[in-house]
Design a binder for this molecule. Structure first.
Ligand code: SAH
Length: 227
């Protein structure tokens, strides 16, 4: 993050408190994640009228019935990807772009896909303004993944699917990690970590969560558009 301006420096006390009380106190250990989330101006990823709530312990609406993820969830999913700094990462569900910024601080290159154009364009605008250079955006159904850029060292899916899409597991590099929520809209979703090692695929449950649905070919069926 380079293009920092006066607006980005606001709320630094709330940001520090978010990291101490919501992340470090609940077991997020990776100092690079804590540092990144202390730096990134989360309030610039939500509408102006919600900026004063951006550091609270909750998700917030970002328009089009979508949400910016809860700070703890962003940190926990990033930690589960075990990033050292040089990885090629695929993110599905750009949303506000906040999680994308955290991934860009933690990895070598980030490819991010969002199905709603207006949401992707908003995220691109703020990430450009903050000076992130290593993010490549696409507006498409992310359940296809990004086969011509794969394989990926890490894949993060920010929307919940009926099951783990096997075509995405197939885009994981050897030693790769995938983190995603699985389960229905009514609650009871589980956060899963999937790894590929020596050709063996392993799935572990790492917590409970609540995400918007992953809509698309290998997720939930897209709602019919009104005629
Ligand atoms: N981590 C993001 C979460 C955004 S919510 C944040 O903190 O802002 C999940 C996003 O996934 C929504 O913007 C939604 O439009 C998007 N999404 C749902 N299904 C998708 C699909 N098949 N491909 C790409 N994006 C999808």
């Amino acid at each position: 993050m380079k293009g920092i301006d006066g607006e980005a420096l606001k709320f630094s006390g709330q940001r520090r408190k978010m990291v101490d009380d919501q992340l470090a106190a609940r077991g997020i250990r990776d100092p690079r994640i804590l540092e990144a989330m202390k730096r990134i101006p989360r309030h610039l990823f939500v509408h102006e009228s919600l900026q004063h709530r951006a550091y609270g312990d909750h998700p917030l609406p970002i328009g089009e019935s979508q949400t910016i993820s809860h700070p703890y969830t962003v940190a926990a999913m990033t930690e589960a990807l075990n990033l050292a700094g040089r990885e090629k990462v695929l993110e599905i569900g750009t949303g506000s772009g906040y999680q994308t910024a955290v991934l860009a601080e933690m990895a070598g290159q980030v490819f991010t896909i969002e199905r709603i154009r207006s949401i992707s364009l908003k995220a691109q605008k703020i990430l450009d303004r903050l000076g992130y250079m290593k993010i490549v955006f696409k507006v498409f159904d992310g359940t296809y993944g990004w086969p011509d850029q794969g394989p990926f060292d890490a894949i993060l899916i920010a929307a919940s699917s009926p099951s783990v899409p096997q075509n995405l597991v197939a885009q994981l590099a050897e030693g790769g990690r995938l983190v995603m929520p699985v389960g229905g809209d009514g609650g009871g979703q589980k956060l899963l970590r999937v790894t590929r090692e020596g050709g063996v695929i392993r799935e572990t449950e790492i917590g409970d969560c609540r995400f918007v649905p992953l809509l698309g070919k290998y997720g939930w069926a897209e709602p019919l558009r009104p005629a």
